[in-house]
Design a protein around this ligand. Structure first.
Ligand SMILES: [Zn+2]
Length: 166
């Protein structure tokens, strides 16, 4: 099941875009130049997240002060735009925003460090950039941080555990 909300995040809120991708949300990222652009995004059901006061009162716009990303996530959760039951942690490429595909271990060998190839229980790959992701300790830190931000219980969020290869 895909998360329902789709986002277009203003360039000035890059960390927010990354967090939305970590949570499994479709989060495109770029400049917002015109009212027409916002109208088109709104019509296709995409939520525009911006810190630019110029767009604040446009339909389909979620205005976010350029504060800490933790605070921004909390606001999105409070507004019901991100929801615990929709979260699919690390199911999307952080670089390209594409949903990841599971791959067999043999395809990961040579693309990840040897100790990871030997020990990680599963692997995913981005069909766009080819980056390989696998379960790791990084995920635990992210999960803990997100739990602190929202108060959501980790056990109620998706248990997929992946880490990425640089
Ligand atoms: Zn990618």
């Amino acid at each position: 099941m895909e998360p329902r909300a789709r986002f277009f995040v203003d360039r000035m809120l890059g960390k927010m875009a990354k967090w939305l991708r970590i949570l499994g949300y479709d989060a495109r990222y770029g400049s917002i130049e015109t009212a027409t652009q916002i109208e088109i995004l709104h019509r296709e059901g995409t939520i525009v997240v911006t810190a630019n006061t110029r767009w604040r009162h446009f339909p389909g716009v979620f205005f976010c002060e350029p504060t800490r990303v933790d605070e921004q996530c909390r606001k999105l959760a409070a507004a019901g735009l991100i929801r615990q039951e929709e979260v699919r942690l690390f199911s999307r490429c952080l670089r390209c925003n594409r949903p990841l595909e599971e791959i067999p271990k043999e395809e990961a060998v040579g693309r990840v460090p040897d100790y990871v190839a030997a020990t990680a229980p599963s692997f995913c790959r981005c069909p766009s950039c080819g980056r390989v992701y696998w379960p790791g300790s990084h995920w635990d830190k992210m999960r803990e941080r997100f739990r602190r931000i929202t108060g959501w219980s980790p056990k109620d969020m998706d248990e997929r555990r992946t880490e990425w290869a640089e």
